[in-house]
Ligand binder design. Structure first.
Ligand code: C5P
Length: 235
């Protein structure tokens, strides 16, 4: 396999073409951003950790019957992916109030929701990823009704599988963000990453934050915390 031209530069990952048809290579970067890219820092070791955590979680989900874009872990910081056309939605599922949900509705962090809540955000940096509902999605033709039904049912199912995975490791899954994409044959699959950058993870006992909130709120160094998540997942 040959790595070819850079086709997409993200905040935490770069995507390269390869000499294989419809196969891309994602490189996870040692970079953290907050406030939609307004704060940016180099964090040595973060790329390797998020690549390994994402591969481990995507492999687990695939074993559980969830279709994903991941082909394989390729190197410490790289993974091979089926090329997808990303649906420009950030699909957030919340089990417990935290972050923007707590702020928006004036709820203390840690309030357990009666049932998981799915929210959609429009993936658009220049608009700061606005909150949107299904009517907006159809108005702007970002996805069809059947695609949204599928995305919602997959997201609830992924939540159950992830809760089982993390609970066994002493981690409470507070919330997470997913992205979905269309393969060349038109089928929808889970894409992007699942890591402490895209999930809120709290230690079940101590409620210590094991995720990117440590960077967002400037509480401490991410690397030992992400390392702790990886080593618990590997146990
Ligand atoms: O900030 P907020 O509370 O809306 O985030 C909800 C969840 O989505 C968190 O787990 C956060 O890490 C994730 N998220 C993300 N990428 C964004 C926005 C939120 O991964 N651009």
């Amino acid at each position: 396999m040959k790595k070819k031209e850079l086709i997409y530069q993200g905040k935490a990952k770069n995507l390269y073409a390869t000499d294989r048809k419809n196969v891309l290579l994602a490189e996870y970067l040692d970079q953290a951003t907050a406030l939609n890219g307004k704060r940016k820092d180099q964090i040595v070791g973060k790329g390797t950790l998020n690549n390994q955590i994402t591969c481990l979680i995507f492999d687990y989900l695939a074993e559980q019957g969830i279709k994903t874009h991941l082909i394989s872990n390729y190197s410490q910081t790289e993974q091979l992916l089926h090329k997808v056309e990303i649906i420009p939605l950030e699909v957030v599922l919340r089990n417990v109030a935290a972050g923007s949900f707590s702020k928006k509705f004036g709820l203390a962090e840690g309030v357990v929701l009666q049932a998981p809540i799915i929210e959609f955000y429009y993936k658009n940096d220049s608009l700061d990823d606005p909150f949107m509902n299904e009517a907006h999605i159809y108005e702007f033709q970002l996805a069809t009704k059947s695609q949204i039904e599928y995305i919602k049912s997959q997201t609830y199912e992924i939540n159950q599988k992830l809760q089982q995975l993390f609970e066994a490791k002493g981690i409470q899954l507070i919330d997470f963000k997913l992205e979905f994409g269309l393969l060349a044959d038109g089928s929808l699959v889970l894409a992007d990453e699942i890591s402490p950058d895209t999930c809120r993870l709290w230690d079940t006992q101590t409620k210590e934050k094991l995720d990117k909130d440590n960077y967002r709120k400037q509480l401490g160094d991410l690397v030992p915390i992400y390392q702790e998540v990886l080593s618990r997942l590997k146990k």
